[in-house]
Design a protein around this ligand. Structure first.
Ligand code: TRP
Length: 326
């Protein structure tokens, strides 16, 4: 295996958005040839906040289908469900014994989530970053494409890899973050200051990949705009910058060209075209999604789990030996 290893994952909760596609999945698809890829559905991570079991099951299959519908080719990339590879839970335990409380206490995502789920600050929410480090280290990952909100977790992963290697001998590769050159952060349609979230419950916040054409039209029509009437991007125009970024990402056209085309057009004409464009982009993706049967996806996930397990088991056997488990 001479290609570098790339790994990433998404939680099967909420509704995957066009922001997940533009900010993450699109990059994974583009890099499929260059790396050996593992794309996970991190169901164990999702359990750290309350989940309805039936919904979790459905969402796990939905995310797998959306990976494929978005262009991830299971013949090229390993797509699997975290909980199908039991090595994750076991290595996570071992790594938790070399992780300091203080290292987890300063994680900003933990602090945020602990505030938002005050009644359920469970141990899993606290040790979440150790499980994420496990996901990465089990596969001797070189590169991890993640958003800014995950850089602290990635840094912990590197620290744990180095700490383990120092204590027990070289075992893990310390991964690098992968921050794509053309990565775009898509913001909420209701609030261009906040990243578009797949778990927001605000009605017009996000465009879901499975939204129908009417919903998309309605959301884009209602999307907040900046004061003035110009179709222009820039630091003083966060809302239009966001809409232009979406337009550019789904068409491949440069923002400058779009600004030129829509000069003087007004917000309403621009939004109508944007809605049509987003719908034209979503249509084939949704057709592909609906063409995938549960049976097909189950077999992809079984094959993915087999391939992932083969790599994970090798790493874990080495770890067990090194720490003295007989
Ligand atoms: N914590 C990540 C997020 O919420 C998801 C994740 C879990 C992940 N394990 C991972 C991402 C391993 C990259 C690599 O976005």
């Amino acid at each position: 295996m001479s290609k570098k290893i790339m790994l990433s994952g998404i939680q099967p909760s909420g509704n995957l958005t066009i922001g997940n596609y533009i900010g993450a999945i699109r990059q994974w698809v583009a890099l499929q040839n260059d790396y050996h890829n593992f794309f996970m559905i991190v169901d164990l991570h999702a359990l750290t906040v309350p989940q309805d079991p039936a919904i979790l099951r459905a969402k796990t299959l939905e995310v797998a289908k959306l990976y494929i519908a978005s262009g991830i080719d299971p013949a090229q990339s390993t797509i699997f469900v975290q909980s199908h590879v039991p090595e994750h839970a076991e290595l996570s335990w071992i790594l938790s014994t070399i992780t300091k409380m203080s290292e987890l206490e300063r994680m900003t995502q933990y602090k945020d989530k602990a505030l938002r789920h005050k009644m359920n600050v469970n141990v899993g929410l606290f040790s979440y970053p150790v499980l994420m480090a496990t996901d990465i280290l089990l596969y001797q990952t070189d590169l991890v494409p993640v958003g800014e909100d995950q850089t602290q977790h990635l840094e912990l992963t590197r620290i744990l890899a180095r700490r383990f290697n120092e204590q027990f001998g070289i075992t893990f590769k310390a991964p690098e973050g992968y921050f794509p050159k053309h990565g775009a952060r898509i913001m909420g349609l209701d609030n261009p200051q906040a990243k578009m979230s797949k778990s927001s419950t605000v009605p017009g916040h996000a465009i879901a990949l499975l939204d129908d054409a009417k919903a998309v039209e309605k959301k884009i029509k209602r999307a907040v705009t900046d004061s003035g009437s110009e179709i222009k991007s820039g630091a003083d125009k966060p809302a239009l910058t966001n809409l232009l970024t979406i337009f550019s990402a789904v068409t491949g056209r440069a923002i400058a060209a779009l600004e030129k085309e829509y000069k003087g057009a007004g917000y309403s004409a621009f939004k109508i075209d944007l809605a049509d464009t987003v719908n034209a982009f979503l249509k084939p993706l949704q057709e592909k999604y609906h063409s995938l049967s549960d049976k097909k996806i189950t077999s992809v996930l079984e094959e993915g789990a087999r391939a992932a397990h083969a790599v994970a088991a090798k790493t874990l056997t080495d770890v067990r030996k090194k720490v003295g488990l007989i």
